[in-house]
Design a protein around this ligand. Structure first.
Ligand SMILES: [Zn+2]
Length: 111
């Protein structure tokens, strides 16, 4: 699954979505920004435990109101104090995949 995300992000490297930034901040005061692309395409992230959340699509015909979402986490070492900073990707795995698949790359535009 990780390989799928890495290769999808590399294929979508010009996708505006991947240019969004995530802030990394450490308790010591250090902070930095990385792009979604840097987070995903390097393949350094790990999957967290799936977390049940309330489904946003509750209807009377749905029995199970919760769905599981899988967080993506990246561990970075703080260059200031050496402690580990855990960065959680703002989208769950389940939401991320369709984002990466929805906009096929168009190399003609950038050639
Ligand atoms: Zn630090």
């Amino acid at each position: 699954m990780k390989d799928t995300i890495v290769s999808l992000s590399q294929k979508n490297r010009y996708n505006k979505f991947l240019k969004n930034k995530i802030e990394i901040s450490c308790k010591c005061g250090y902070s930095d920004n990385i792009t979604y692309f840097e987070f995903l395409a390097g393949g350094e992230f790990n999957f967290g435990q799936p977390v049940p959340i309330l489904s946003p699509f509750i209807s009377e015909s749905v029995y199970d109101e919760t769905i599981n979402v899988t967080p993506l986490q990246l561990t970075r070492k703080c260059p200031e104090c050496g402690k580990e900073i855990i960065v959680v990707f703002p989208l769950s795995l389940e939401n991320l995949i369709p984002m990466l698949q929805s906009q096929p790359p168009d190399p003609q535009m950038y050639g």
